[in-house]
Design a protein around this ligand. Structure first.
Ligand code: ARG
Length: 286
């Protein structure tokens, strides 16, 4: 009887050992990224964002490339390319991680939803955190700060010396931007469109009276359109500046990005990115 028990115990032990061994084999295969199914999801879920990016060999960013000098399309050697200081910063991050940069261009108001669906590692779109956005994403430290501004047709500049005269005028804003609220504080007639280029066309053709956007973007569009002007009208707005957005709870990832932002701010690299992007923006919109 005793012998039988010992035998049973030995067999059980052998099975257990075998089972453990095959599990760890599976895991090492999954770490190489070759197995699909539940276990893989669990394993990659345990990987940090940085490990995941390194494993996949690419940094995926989402943007809305209609916001010069932050992010915009230009032709480089005959090829349509997305450039801008947000993009230059993300390229710097990709280089630091030793991976390639993958840029997805989409409507501004779809970016945070796509981030939540893990379509990107970062949203880089001249985006400022606000109460609503902070429910959907976490934000890094500030990259850039700008004033708000109003673009008018040059011919109309004397009609609107202050925001008071703009009450009742139609002000165009990009859908989903903080400019929605800013414009609603000035007039009850706010036109929200997805594309900034459409807003500029509407303004030039007299369908709307003004466009409200961040100041650097306003000067970029005006430099390419002789009939438009950035108004001197002062807009009251105190914001936290533009940042990168990451998925909610990704503290370690945000901290790593903050380290990079600190470095590029301190060593002048960010200023260089801004200067280069502004020059490119002026040249490509002329
Ligand atoms: N700074 C504004 C915001 O946070 C507008 C950003 C628009 N960005 C763009 N890439 N079109 O809402």
């Amino acid at each position: 009887m005793k012998k039988l028990l010992t035998l049973l115990l030995a067999v059980t032990l052998l099975f257990t050992l075998f089972a453990c061994n095959s599990t760890s084999d599976d895991n090492s295969e999954e770490n190489g990224g070759s197995t699909e199914g539940n276990e893989t999801v669990q394993t990659s879920g345990e990987l940090s964002r940085i490990d995941k990016i390194k494993q996949e060999g690419k940094l995926r960013i989402g943007t809305s490339a209609d916001y010069p000098p932050y992010e915009f399309h230009t032709e480089i050697d005959g090829v349509d390319t997305i450039v801008g200081f947000d993009i230059a910063l993300c390229q710097y991050i990709a280089d630091d991680l030793g991976v390639t940069l993958e840029v997805t261009d989409m409507a501004f108001d779809s970016l945070l939803i796509s981030l939540q669906q893990d379509k990107f590692d970062i949203v880089a779109a001249g985006m400022s955190p606000d109460e609503e956005r902070l429910k959907a994403a976490d934000f890094t430290d500030k990259i850039f700060e700008s004033e708000q501004s109003i673009i008018l047709r040059k011919a109309d500049v004397d009609l609107y010396p202050t925001t008071a005269e703009l009450a009742g005028a139609s002000i165009g804003v990009q859908k989903g931007t903080i400019q929605e609220d800013i414009a609603e504080g000035i007039t009850s007639n706010v036109i929200k469109l997805t594309k900034l280029s459409e807003l500029i066309t509407e303004l030039k053709t007299g369908k709307i009276d003004a466009v409200c956007i961040d100041y650097p973007c306003a000067t970029a569009y005006v430099s390419g359109n002789d009939d438009l002007i950035v108004s001197d009208v002062e807009i009251e707005y105190e914001g936290p500046g533009t940042c990168l957005a990451v998925q909610k709870g990704e503290t370690e990832w945000a901290e790593y990005l903050n380290g990079i932002i600190k470095t590029v701010n301190e060593d002048g690299t960010m200023d260089q990115f801004i200067a280069e992007a502004s020059m490119l923006a002026d040249a490509s919109l002329e």
